[in-house]
Ligand binder design. Structure first.
Ligand SMILES: C[S@@+](CC[C@H](N)C(=O)[O-])C[C@H]1O[C@@H](n2cnc3c(N)ncnc32)[C@H](O)[C@@H]1O
Length: 249
């Protein structure tokens, strides 16, 4: 995990990357070795990418989902989508729903972008952004049917806990952005961390637990991490919470 990149201001990272050429041939000072993480297979034809990815800078305020997807079908997010397996399979399985992915790290983001672009799925859009910032600033109130946060980084060391995605303020943002009766779906491979996630969500007083189970490849759509962990024979935990209370009729 590139912790250094994570700690940067998400907007700064995005702007830097947006202006940085991705192809080789970048100008390099004489005598200086060119250091580039450019990988040719990530270079997608622009017409495949445009329409799939949006950039933070293109959205001045909160997103208009209808405008973004061209329809008003229910929207599900995949927060921290990694290499995109869940997004691809969910979008193919449920063509009548829209899927919006948010991923912080460039490396998995580019892998997912390439895979998604090749499939030309009309019901998927992605953004490279810090979800904490993006959800709070760019997702409208009561507009998302399901938030999926699958295998969030546990950051086990105490001094790294501040990097965790699922925190009480973020859970408030998730609640704000869900439609009445909307669902928050969480998964983890670590029993202890899964309990902690469940505790944080329940402590917010905005959700009720509606389902808790291990992940079953026969029934569940797998993420990249889920597939890898299942191959290793590990037990994986998931829970679904429904938004209740104030205004969620
Ligand atoms: C353990 S991986 C799981 C990826 C994917 N959900 C899966 O299960 O295969 C966690 C992902 O969350 C992303 N992530 C962590 N913090 C994030 C944030 N603040 N905003 C968006 N994505 C984030 C990481 O970059 C990483 O790709």
């Amino acid at each position: 995990m590139l912790a250094r990149e994570k700690e940067q201001n998400p907007l700064t990272v995005d702007q830097e990357q947006a202006t940085k050429p991705e192809a080789p041939g970048e100008k390099t000072a004489p005598g200086q070795e060119q250091k580039s993480s450019y990988r040719p297979q990530f270079r997608m034809p622009q017409e495949l990418i445009s329409g799939l990815e949006i950039r933070e800078s293109e959205i001045p305020g909160r997103i208009d989902w209808k405008e973004l997807f061209g329809n008003d079908r229910p929207v599900e997010t995949d927060i921290g989508f990694g290499k995109g397996r869940f997004l691809i399979e969910a979008a193919q399985t449920f063509p009548d729903r829209n899927f919006f992915g948010i991923e912080l790290m460039w490396k998995p983001y580019r892998v997912a972008r390439e895979r998604l672009a090749k499939r030309r799925l009309p019901n998927v859009r992605i953004v490279r952004a810090d979800a904490k910032w993006f959800v709070a600033e760019r997702i409208p109130d009561r507009s998302v049917a399901v938030h999926h946060i699958l295998f969030p980084d546990p950051w086990p060391k105490r001094r790294h806990h501040k990097r965790r995605l699922v925190t009480p303020p973020f859970v408030e943002e998730l609640a704000r952005t869900l439609i009445p009766g909307g669902v928050l779906h969480l998964a983890s491979d670590m029993a202890e961390y899964f309990e902690e996630l469940t505790y944080i969500v329940e402590s917010a007083g905005r959700f009720e637990l509606i389902a808790e189970s291990t992940i079953d490849p026969e029934r569940d759509i797998l993420t990249n991490f889920a597939a890898k962990y299942l191959r290793e024979g590990r037990e994986l935990y998931q829970a679904r919470f429904r938004l209740v209370g104030e205004g969620s009729g």
